[in-house]
Write a protein that binds this ligand. Structure first.
Ligand code: DI6
Ligand code: FE
Length: 401
């Protein structure tokens, strides 16, 4: 059995009972990659008293971060579109004229699986360098069976190349590809759903996602994809009410979605529906910022109804070219009015919950020993600073990495 004892730490355990679950002068005992014990150093059980200490010099320790919504695998980039938007073109306008998501589809189809992995690795490394240990990655820039499978294989491959756990979402319902232009229903029935079945058969899918929006799919179309997900016993999640209100949250809640993401245009009734279905609201301030959005998600309604909030990067080449979970936390506070504690819960415990994970995102006995050690003494510092990486070291399943 390998045992590690971390001492001289300010432990933000993120247990729900107290602010940040803070333990002053704390210690953490790790056995075989799992947390065996945490608490104040003074109450360390005898069993670990003779263990060699890894002294953290009074630093802050949190669960390592979970980035629960990314589109990390993609071909090309959209810097030209960024310029066009600053010259006055709108995001939806660009999308409707065949640019936007579809320009990334073209580049992604043209890339090999190896190209996609190679391009995504530095982005993944940027997240890991800020303390991420668990990440969700979506397909959705292939939009034909072979390209969607290629994206999902690339995502799985990333998890083998780095000390990080990767979970995949099938996002075939992201946009209508050019060959089905004007026939979203045909695309859903003839490509999106059959490709989902094949991807599931090959073990490439952990969740099923969709984009419910005027430039993407209607609730009725998404519900057909969700029916297929249900028949495959795959959990669902949705991009909903990002650019306009479409009723996607209600639909997602009916299907018991793990999370509903963006939600800028969600109403209080949507928050109530999410409370009823136990869905997490994922806040994605990088997209809000990039698109100069002015409608912020209804954070007060989520609080009022007890809807847990997650915070993620939405790392993607169009609406959120953001590869920093710490900056996402800062933006959640500054742009959406979350507290620093909500922001940190959003990238730890609630992000794990958004992925349906019960073994990470909190420092407590039995959880995976996924830890981030910061050059900070109080957890509010993580959201307060921006453009500055406070990570000192990262533990992945009990191993310093
Ligand atoms: N919403 C988003 O923010 C991403 N996808 C989605 O459904 C952006 C996709 C892109 O612009 O490439
Ligand atoms: Fe997204």
């Amino acid at each position: 059995m390998t045992t590690t004892l971390l001492t001289n730490a300010a432990v933000a355990a993120m247990t729900p009972e107290s602010p940040y679950g803070l333990i002053a002068d704390g210690a953490i005992a790790i056995e075989n990659g799992r947390i065996a014990w945490t608490g104040a150093r003074a109450s360390l059980p005898e069993r670990w008293m003779n263990e060699a200490e890894h002294d953290l010099g009074g630093r802050l320790v949190t669960p390592s971060l979970v980035d629960c919504h990314t589109h990390l695998v993609f071909g090309g980039n959209r810097a030209r579109e960024f310029e066009m938007r600053l010259e006055g073109a709108g995001y939806e306008e660009i999308a409707q004229s065949g640019g936007g998501i579809l320009s990334t589809v073209q580049a992604t189809r043209a890339a090999s699986e190896e190209d996609l992995v190679e391009a995504a690795l530095p982005r993944l490394d940027a997240l890991i360098c800020e303390g991420v240990s668990t990440i969700e990655i979506k397909s959705g820039y292939g939009l034909d069976q072979s390209s969607e499978l290629k994206m999902l294989r690339a995502a799985r491959q990333l998890g083998k190349l780095r000390p990080v756990r990767v979970f995949t979402s099938y996002l075939g319902a992201h946009a209508v590809p050019p060959e089905y232009s004007g026939d979203a229903d045909g695309y859903i029935d003839e490509v999106c759903i059959p490709a989902l079945r094949e991807a599931e058969k090959q073990g490439l899918v952990d969740y099923v996602d969709g984009f419910c929006e005027r430039i993407a799919f209607t609730p009725a179309q998404i519900s057909r994809v969700f029916d297929a997900a249900r028949s495959l016993e795959l959990p669902v999640r949705l991009h909903a009410e990002q650019l306009s209100w479409q009723g996607g949250v209600e639909l997602a809640a009916q299907y018991g979605a793990l999370c509903v993401d963006h939600v800028e245009y969600a109403k209080e009734s949507d928050a109530a529906a999410m409370a009823g279905s136990g869905s997490v609201a994922t806040l994605l301030p990088g997209a809000f910022y990039t698109l100069h959005e002015t409608q912020a998600p209804p954070v007060d309604a989520f609080r009022k109804h007890g809807v847990p909030m997650a915070v993620a990067t939405d790392a993607n080449p169009g609406s959120s070219p953001l590869f920093s979970p710490l900056l996402a936390m800062n933006m959640a506070c500054t742009l959406f009015g979350t507290t620093p504690e909500e922001a940190l819960r959003g990238t730890t415990l609630n992000a794990a919950r958004a992925l349906g994970l019960k073994d990470t995102g909190m420092i407590a006995p039995g959880m995976r020993a996924d830890l981030a050690v910061w050059n900070a003494s109080h957890p509010a510092e993580l959201s307060y600073m921006f453009g500055f990486n406070l990570l000192h070291e990262r533990w992945f399943e009990g191993v310093l990495s």
